[in-house]
Design a protein around this ligand. Structure first.
Ligand SMILES: Cc1cc2nc3c(=O)[nH]c(=O)nc-3n(C[C@H](O)[C@H](O)[C@H](O)COP(=O)(O)OP(=O)(O)OC[C@H]3O[C@@H](n4cnc5c(N)ncnc54)[C@H](O)[C@@H]3O)c2cc1C
Length: 509
């Protein structure tokens, strides 16, 4: 029988994972990427888009390993973009993916053809080519199309220069040198660029509209995000006793409201109910008076900008919009684009009424990493497309969706634009459960209690968790060994979890 044929659109982290897992299911899969190489945003280019010259990841390496292909040991906790790219290249080498990848292939149209197949039209080398597939995985990323607000009020009133972070490459640019800059946005790019531009700008104002949670990136010399263990979910993932202890014992007394203490940036939501910015270094620049924190922009008159809560306007030369990105699929027609709106994607992957279309790379964690979620999404897609697993009926998927979005609105009341926001633990457990790749904790509790304890209380979330099951086969033992290597060193703050709980309880009294 002829093998079913699948297309993966996009050669970033998500597309690479999608291709690998489709091939692993013995399917005929081909990846189409418009750039001349793989890497997505991690492929540095001078043209707008992707990383800037100094980009390092903000989620620690622990969250960036592939479940069966760790990042090299010599790579530091927060690698630079070229190291990420090298890792992705090694991944493609190791899993023999190159011959299935087609570069400089810009997909311009995807349409439903006869027999529910998909017609994919792409441009390559000046030619237009159409291929027909039994299924398509769209993995075109969340950071490709700028949310450019230049023509939106009140920004359209500004008469100075203005740009979006999508075109930022380095600080030594006439737009920034010796200028008074206003950075708009509270995400990691905004705070990283504020720190970087301090070197050249005269002064920087940073406006965050609805406040923002910030988290310190390190505890001791280790990443702070590796202290979240599975036990965090014991009382539910939100507002539980650990979160409350962490908030009242650690965050508020040490770093202040919202993780910064900066009144203008005080978040409207509670901890874990909105995106957490892991680039807190900007707070030091605020303390040095180089970055001036501001609330939302109230009005603009030529080059004079007034902020909420301020009477007096300030003169701005350049506005740098760090207002994020929008989800966009210009190769889909209008009706199809509506059908694949994220609110109609079962588990943020499968459009309810289009069973042979799937999305990978759609979820963004409050803390954690996009690629670690994309890997589990890719595993799930491959299971479904190969026929090894099945989706629920459209009615059941719709029921799931209405419950999901109702809860989502309650959990993240102020993040209407970030609809892809998920909790790393909760979302990966959901997918791993369905894909049947979760560690079997009940069985481990009785058969290997020491390992059960380590997984539950001592070790951070890692992608290796989803290769362990009962830790009996050689592959499972290897995954467990890799997982254990990510445990915080005991000589570092909170390295010893028992010690952390003991001191937290003592402090709480
Ligand atoms: C500066 C910066 C820093 C970041 N830091 C982190 C971090 O620390 N941690 C984290 O988790 N995430 C981070 N991200 C988010 C980043 O998007 C993910 O890490 C990851 O790259 C997502 O991979 P992806 O494959 O889903 O998307 P992308 O990397 O965006 O790849 C999508 C690919 O699809 C291709 N494509 C798009 N349209 C077409 C088409 N029509 N035809 C053919 N190909 C197409 C694009 O060329 C691109 O190669 C960062 C993003 C930026 C911009």
């Amino acid at each position: 029988m002829e093998k079913k044929k699948f297309a993966v659109i996009g050669g970033g982290w998500s597309g690479i994972y999608a291709l690998k897992y489709l091939l692993e299911e013995q399917l005929d899969a081909r990846l189409y990427e418009r750039e001349p190489n793989l890497g997505g945003v991690w492929l540095y280019k001078e043209a707008p888009g992707g990383v800037y010259r100094s980009t390092h990841v903000t989620s620690s390496k622990t969250f960036l390993h592939a479940s069966d292909f760790p990042m090299a040991k010599e790579i530091a906790h927060f690698p630079k973009h070229d190291q990420v790219l090298a890792h992705l290249n090694s991944y493609a080498d190791y899993f023999n993916l190159w011959s299935h990848m087609h570069f400089t292939c810009d997909v311009v149209k995807i349409e439903k053809g006869q027999d529910d197949q998909w017609r994919v039209r792409f441009r390559n080398d000046g030619r237009e080519i159409v291929e027909v597939f039994d299924g398509v995985v769209i993995a075109v990323g969340q950071h490709q199309t700028a949310n450019d607000l230049r023509h939106v009020e009140p920004l359209d009133q500004f008469t100075g220069t203005m740009s979006h972070s999508i075109s930022y490459k380095e600080p030594d640019d006439a737009l920034y040198c010796d200028k008074t800059i206003l950075i708009v946005g509270g995400g990691e790019t905004a705070s990283d660029l504020a720190v970087e531009l301090c070197r050249v700008a005269r002064r920087i104002y940073m406006s965050i509209r609805g406040g923002q949670w910030f988290q310190e990136r390190l505890t001791g010399d280790q990443p702070a995000d590796i202290h979240f263990t599975k036990s965090l979910g014991f009382f539910g993932f939100y507002d539980n006793i650990w979160v409350r202890i962490g908030w009242s014992v650690l965050i508020r007394p040490f770093w202040g409201e919202g993780g910064t203490g900066i009144i203008e940036w005080k978040p409207r939501c509670r901890l874990f109910h909105g995106f957490i910015n892991k680039s807190r270094e900007v707070v030091h620049r605020v303390a040095q008076g180089i970055v001036i924190p501001k609330r939302a922009i109230a009005s603009i008159k030529e080059k004079l900008v007034t902020f909420d809560g301020d009477g007096k306007p300030v003169h701005i030369d350049h506005i740098l919009l760090c207002t994020g990105y929008i989800r966009s699929h210009p190769f889909l027609d209008e009706n199809l684009e509506k059908e694949v709106d994220i609110k109609f994607l079962y588990q943020l992957i499968f459009p309810v009424n289009l069973p042979n279309l799937a999305f990978v790379g759609t979820a963004r964690p409050v803390f954690g990493s996009i690629p670690s979620l994309a890997e589990l999404q890719a595993r799930r897609v491959a299971q479904i497309f190969s026929g090894r697993a099945f989706l629920p009926s459209p009615t059941n998927m719709s029921t799931w969706l209405s419950k999901y979005w109702k809860r989502h609105t309650q959990l993240y009341p102020f993040d209407a634009r970030l609809r892809q926001l998920v909790n790393q633990f909760e979302y990966t457990e959901l997918l791993a459960d369905e894909a049947k790749v979760k560690p079997n904790l009940w069985r481990l509790f009785f058969s290997q209690p020491r390992k059960w304890y380590t997984i539950y209380f001592e070790s951070p979330w890692t992608p290796f968790l989803f290769r362990m099951n009962t830790i009996e086969s050689e592959d499972e033992k290897l995954a467990y060994a890799r997982h254990v290597e990510c445990i915080p060193r005991p000589d570092q703050p909170f390295g010893n979890y028992k010690q952390f709980i003991r001191s937290a309880i003592v402090c709480a009294y």
